[in-house]
Ligand binder design. Sequence first.
Ligand code: UT7
Length: 317
Amino acid sequence: MSIKVLGTGFYVPQRVVTNDDLANMVETSDEWITQRVGVRERRVSTDETAADFAIGAAFEALEASGVSVEEIDLIIAASITSETICPTVAGAVQQKIGASCPAFDINSACSGFLFALDTAVSYIMRGNIRNALVIGAERLSKIVNWTDRNTCVIFGDGAGACVVAPGENYLSSVISTEGGDSVLKIPGYSGASPFYKGITEDPFIFMDGQETFKFAVSRIVRDIKYVAEKAGISLDEIDHVVTHQANIRIIEYASKRLKIPMEKFFVNIDKYGNTSAASVPIALAELDRSGRLKRGDNVVMSAFGGGLSSAACIIKW
Ligand code: UT7
């Protein structure tokens, strides 16, 4: 026994910020961003939080699944940009949708949604719960340095969610972490203790782009091969690949190395940029709505990022 996906949902803020908008703020161009990253525009919050996005995505996933709020036994949200450490994003969702189940957050940066999904699967397989709401939600615009062209052109805000229940469709998975902060780091608030003599840093995303790029390509390839082999299916039998939307060139490299045609990779980085933990569930929800998913299709999901972390799984739709 494992799980099946009953419904998906996503929510993005209204405000569109184009590459030309950013070219008015930092030294960059639509041409550079489109060619080197693949982003044309992203959504940016003007007054909503990661929890607000999560609530929007959760309502949509609940409606799509046909599961009532009373039937949700667990809520897990992946986020690195919760407005409050406590209550969590998952706690805010629990309150707003009117659920009474346990709710907690997971932080594994851009791989967070797949870590959260794997955690929900474990609870379901133990038989403790039936239906779980799994969410990835981010307001990355909060931790982006808007004067740093190396990072501000990449990221965006939003949330994606799905409702899962006992089933036989989670064929295999892998999660992994390689601790360290030299490649990707997001310092938190270090407090105002008069006793603390440690380092205080700017609370913005630091990323060594090229190192992250190499890590990303190697992990997508390694993880997808691993989960396919574990599930006993060949790479040819994969029908859809939903990866973290970090850079179109990463996806193209993965397609080439895995010899899986680009047509099987779902791409929406052009519209939303990199939304970290929200990226994979937003893409899954859009794929779900595209009409391209058929019952029985093998859907591979793969994510990588801060931690450094990576994760992948295969779901039979
Ligand atoms: O979600 C977490 C996971 N994140 C990722 O997977 C991100 C992985 N990394 C990347 O996607 C890419 O490394 C970036 C998009 C971050 C950067 O692209 P790149 O092709 O690796 O660029 P680069 O850092 O090697 O810079 C190339 C050139 C440099 O100029 P010079 O030194 O060659 O003259 C940069 O200064 O491009 C310049 N540059 C820019 N130019 C215009 C860097 N950022 C920009 C910019 N606009 N926004």
